[in-house]
Write a protein that binds this ligand. Structure first.
Ligand code: ZN
Length: 444
C-alpha cells in the first residue's frame, strides 16, 4: 500500500468512526470532559500523575489498621451484559493492586449468583459473591430464596442472613428509602459517564473524535478518567441519609468490559457496528455510503474493520476503588469494615492514596471513620495524606473548613456528621482524589 493510500484509508476510518461515534459512549454535559480530552491537556494530566506519584511520602498520622484496596460492583460473564472471564478479572485485580473483589451479578434463570458465584482466594485475590438487583447491591452469606417479592424484602432477607446491603445507582432513584442498609454508593463510574451528553454528538466533530481515539491509544487511563466529575448529586443524597443513620459510602466500579465496539462488513455487504456481545448497534448500506467501500479493502466479512475498547477491566479497576481498614485479608474482615464504615473512596488513577487517615481525637482517645464520638467539646478532627492536598471538611454536607498540606487538624465544637475530601490539582484543574466516610459526633 502506498503512503497516500494508507493515509486516505486512515482518514476514511476516522470518518466512519465520526459517523458512529455517537453510539460509542452513551452518556454531555459539562465541557469538562471535552476539554480534558484535548491532546495537550491529556499529556499534561499524564505528566502530573507521574510527578505526583514521585512525591508520595508515608503518612505521619497512623492507625493500627492495614489499608486494603477493594472493588465493589463488578460483573463477570455470569451477568448477561458481560463476557469477562475470571482469569481476565483476577489478572486485572493483580495488575492494579486490588486485594478483594465483591461481585454483583445480575441474577439470571440459569445460575445462582451465590452458589455458582466466585468465592474464596484465587491467586491471592479474595472473591466475594453478590448480586445487583433493582436499586440494590446485596452480599448474603448463604444462598437466598430467589423469589423475594420486593427490594425491601430482599434487603431484609440479606440482613437476616448476616449479609450486606447497599444502595446502588442513586441517579435513578434519589428518593429510594430502604431500611436496614449497610451503606450506599457515593460514586458510580457508569452514572458518571451517563451525564456526558456532548459525547452523543461527538460524531459531528471529527476533531473531538480524533482526540478520543488518539487519547485511548496513548493515554488510555487519563482518557478514561476524563469522564470523572465530582459526584455532587450522590454526595448530597448521602449526606442527607447520614443525618439519620450511619451508612458506609463506597465506590461502584460497575466494571463489565462491555464498552467495546467493532465495525465490520456482514454477509449482506452491509457496514455493521456491533458491541462485544455481538449485538448490532447500527448498519449502513454500502450503496448509500459509497465512501465506506475503500474501507473494506481485503477484509473478510468476519474480520473487524476497526475496534474501540473503552473499558478493559484493568482500566476500570485502576480508575476508582474503595479502600478499607482491616487487620488482615479475610471475607469476615472485609464484611466487617464495609459494615462499620472504615472505608474511603479514592480515584486511584491519580495517585496511590494508601495510608490516608481520618480520625477524631480527644485527650488521647481516638475514633475511626464510621464511628460515633460521644460529646462535641474539644474534639479534634484529624487527617493525613501521602501527598500535599487541599482538604475540605464538611459538616452535615456543608463545607466548614479548607486547608492545604499533608496534614489536617481542626477543633470542632458542634455535633454532626463530619467527612473530609482531599483534592489534587492536575493540569491546572482541582479534582477530587479522596472521599472519606463520616465520623459521627453526637451530643453527649
Ligand atoms: Zn452493575
Amino acid at each position: 500500500m502506498t503512503h497516500i493510500a494508507a493515509n486516505s484509508m486512515l482518514r476514511l476510518r476516522l470518518l466512519a468512526l465520526s459517523m458512529i461515534g455517537f453510539l460509542v459512549i452513551r452518556g454531555i454535559a459539562d465541557a469538562g470532559m471535552f476539554e480534558r480530552l484535548q491532546w495537550e491537556r491529556l499529556k499534561a494530566t499524564h505528566d502530573a500523575v507521574i510527578a505526583l506519584n514521585s512525591q508520595r511520602q508515608p503518612v505521619k498520622l497512623t492507625t493500627d489498621w492495614q489499608d486494603y484496596r477493594v472493588l465493589v460492583h463488578v460483573h463477570s460473564s455470569l451477568s448477561h451484559d458481560s463476557r469477562g472471564t475470571l482469569d481476565e478479572i483476577v489478572a486485572a485485580a493483580k495488575a492494579t493492586g486490588v486485594r478483594a473483589l465483591l461481585f454483583t451479578e445480575h441474577p439470571g434463570p440459569n445460575f445462582d449468583y451465590f452458589t455458582d458465584g466466585h468465592r474464596g482466594l484465587v491467586d491471592d485475590v479474595l472473591l466475594i459473591p453478590g448480586a445487583e438487583t433493582p436499586g440494590l447491591l446485596i452480599f448474603p452469606k448463604h444462598q437466598l430464596d430467589p423469589n423475594t417479592p420486593t427490594p425491601q424484602a430482599l434487603a431484609d432477607a440479606t440482613k437476616k442472613d448476616g449479609g450486606l446491603v447497599f444502595l446502588s445507582h442513586l441517579e435513578e432513584r434519589m428518593d429510594w428509602n430502604i431500611k436496614g442498609l449497610d451503606g450506599t454508593e457515593i460514586y458510580n463510574t457508569h452514572a458518571d459517564i451517563k451525564d456526558e451528553v456532548w459525547l452523543r454528538e461527538i460524531w459531528r466533530t471529527p476533531v473531538a473524535m480524533a482526540n478520543l481515539l488518539a487519547g485511548l491509544k496513548h493515554y488510555p487511563q487519563e482518557t478514561f478518567a476524563a469522564l470523572q466529575d465530582y459526584p455532587a448529586d450522590y454526595l448530597r443524597r448521602y449526606d442527607e441519609l447520614c443525618a439519620t443513620q450511619r451508612l458506609t459510602g463506597i465506590a461502584a466500579n460497575d466494571s463489565h468490559h462491555n464498552q467495546v465496539y467493532r465495525a465490520r462488513i456482514d454477509d449482506q455487504e452491509q457496514f455493521r457496528l456491533e458491541d462485544n456481545l455481538g449485538k448490532r448497534l447500527a448498519t449502513a448500506n454500502l450503496e448509500s455510503f459509497a465512501w465506506l467501500r475503500p474501507l473494506i479493502g481485503s477484509n473478510k466479512p468476519s474480520e473487524p474493520l476497526f475496534e474501540i475498547d473503552l473499558d478493559p477491566y484493568d482500566r476500570s479497576f485502576r480508575h476508582v476503588s474503595t479502600h478499607l481498614w482491616v487487620s488482615s485479608l479475610s471475607e469476615e474482615n472485609i464484611r466487617e469494615a464495609l459494615h462499620a464504615g472504615r472505608a474511603y473512596v479514592a480515584f486511584d488513577w491519580m495517585a496511590d492514596p494508601t495510608g490516608f487517615v481520618f480520625i477524631a481525637e480527644r485527650e488521647g482517645k481516638r475514633w475511626m471513620m464510621g464511628e460515633e464520638v460521644p460529646g462535641a467539646k474539644q474534639v479534634h478532627i484529624r487527617a493525613g495524606t501521602p501527598l500535599p492536598v487541599q482538604f475540605r471538611l464538611l459538616r452535615n454536607g456543608r463545607e466548614i473548613a479548607r486547608s492545604e498540606g499533608r496534614e489536617f487538624d481542626q477543633e470542632i465544637d458542634q455535633p454532626g456528621q463530619f467527612r473530609i475530601e482531599a483534592w489534587l490539582t492536575l493540569a491546572g484543574e482541582p479534582r477530587p482524589w479522596i472521599l472519606s466516610n463520616p465520623i459521627y459526633v453526637r451530643e453527649r
